[in-house]
Design a protein around this ligand. Structure first.
Ligand code: ADP
Length: 468
């Protein structure tokens, strides 16, 4: 069934109303029980008063003839207390002995429990259910004369008045609870709506912001509450998104620019060679230089692919990687690269360490650093590699005595397509992706790539990787 999920507003209102209904029901049940208990207490106290008066007056000893006078006497003594009660006197065996009030009730009978209690000199309160509607509260109390039960007095009273009081209380609750719950539901809905209105406004503002318009911000209300914090978080996210988009656009423009240069050279070469008939030797020359450009393009495409893969995180398996053999291998490649340049490449310190990650990617990252070190070190210079292990991490250092990098440029050389003037002048052919790739790989392994450099004295690149 495609039922739409309830809105937070509706759910809040339902919860609020449900909880209130529960509370009202519980308090009403407790209130009802307390009221019933206190009504019965009052009733019992008043029955006891009448019974005590009966015991203490001479009524108990009056004969049948004195009935009317005795009743008048009681009425005078007890006042309104007497009107709704009826009573009878019984002998110790439970036979009606003396006289009883003129208003009698079928409930005036001695139950076995009450009789047993009376024999022991104890009084008994009972609720007697009669066939009619008239339930009765009955007190049976023995009258003791010189330590023996001489008579039993029973005083009863209809429970009607108490019952109707309870019923009225119930009737009131039946009206008040739904009314209270309905009012609370309306109030709750209004409160929930006004509390959530800023969220709706925020959603509307967020919807207006598109990829082209990331400079817009969600306005804060200045209350410093949860919603303001949410808006601040969203704004922070927008700032990061805007920066990422700017970066992406610049990256795409730079990449296009890098691709255009070799393609333009390729096109120029081919066009010139087609302008007039050429000898086979000339065509061959054009093809050879075209192949060079194509190779540069392939290299660039591969670097771009590698950079995007490394930025997205390594897809390949993340197994344990021993860095020592990896460093030896890279150093061999460095020695080969340096052949004929007058630069010496050697390994300084090596500690066997194992990290977790992608061996091929890590090799590529270190190789990029070594390639750069060889490229930017003049003849007679040195490139030194070392591998150390510190607290929980491995440090891989590539140090050269090359041209160095000025402080101003140090911050940007890790960005893609950044080549410093010195590098451009050398025509070394790099697209400025080497350090960006190295850093992306190290970051994807949970590490960091830093550099220190002194122009004219040399540079030192340090990759720190967490130990396996
Ligand atoms: P490239 O493909 O040009 O080598 P990189 O991203 O590897 O691109 O390096 C970016 C720039 O940083 C280089 O063009 C160079 O100017 C500078 N650079 C990198 N490594 C060194 C180094 N060891 N010594 C001096 N400059 C360096």
């Amino acid at each position: 069934m495609g039922l739409r999920p309830l809105s937070i507003r509706t759910r809040l209102t339902l919860w609020y109303t449900g909880v209130l209904l529960g509370i009202l029901i519980v308090t009403s049940v407790i209130g009802y029980s307390l009221l019933r208990w206190s009504l019965v207490q009052d009733l019992d106290a008043s029955l006891l008063t009448v019974a005590q008066v009966l015991r203490d007056t001479s009524v108990s000893t009056a004969g049948r003839a004195g009935e009317a006078e005795a009743e008048t006497l009681l009425r005078e003594l007890l006042g309104p207390e007497f009107y709704d009660k009826f009573f009878q006197l019984l002998d110790p065996e439970g036979h009606p002995e003396a006289w009883s009030s003129r208003r009698r009730s079928k409930a005036l009978r001695l139950s076995p429990v009450a009789r047993a209690n009376a024999e022991r000199g104890l009084k008994t309160f009972e609720t007697i259910r009669t066939d009619g509607s008239d339930d009765v509260r009955l007190l049976t109390m023995p009258i003791l004369r010189s330590g023996r039960v001489s008579q039993i007095v029973q005083v009863g009273m209809s429970l009607d008045r108490a019952r109707s009081a309870l019923r009225r209380y119930l009737d009131t609750l039946v009206v008040l609870i739904p009314l209270g719950v309905a009012l609370a539901a309306v109030g709750g809905a209004i409160i929930a709506r006004s509390a959530l209105r800023p969220v709706d406004e925020m959603a509307l503002a967020a919807r207006r912001i598109t990829a082209e318009d990331l400079e817009q911000r969600i306005s804060l209300r200045g209350t410093g509450d949860e919603l303001d914090r949410l808006a601040e978080t969203l704004n922070g996210m927008l700032i990061r998104l805007a920066a990422a988009f700017t970066e992406m656009r610049r990256f795409a423009a730079d990449a296009a620019h890098e691709l255009r240069t070799p393609l333009t050279a390729l096109k120029g070469g081919i066009e010139v060679s087609l302008r007039a008939p050429r000898s086979a030797e000339e065509y061959r020359g054009v093809l050879v230089s075209s192949l060079e450009e194509v190779e540069r393009l392939i290299c660039l495409a591969e670097d771009l692919l590698l950079l995007s893969r490394s930025t997205a995180g390594p897809e390949t398996s993340r197994g344990p990687v021993e860095l020592e053999p990896l460093l030896l291998d890279v150093s061999d490649v460095g020695v080969r690269l340096a052949q004929g340049t007058g630069v010496s490449v050697r390994i300084n310190d090596v500690t066997p360490v194992t990290v977790r990650g992608d061996a091929l990617a890590l090799r590529r990252a270190i190789l990029n650093l070594v390639e750069n070190a060889v490229k930017y070190t003049p003849a007679g210079g040195k490139v030194e590699l070392s591998l150390m292990s510190g607290e929980g991490h491995a440090s891989l250092v590539v140090q050269d005595t090359g041209i160095g990098i000025t402080r101003a440029d140090q911050g940007r050389i890790f960005e893609p397509f950044v080549r410093l003037d010195a590098a451009r002048a050398r025509e070394t052919g790099g697209a400025g992706l080497g350090l960006a790739i190295a850093r992306a790989i190290v970051l994807a392994h949970g590490g960091s790539l830093t550099m220190e450099s002194e122009p004219g004295a040399g540079s030192r690149f340090t990759a720190r990787l967490p130990l396996a």
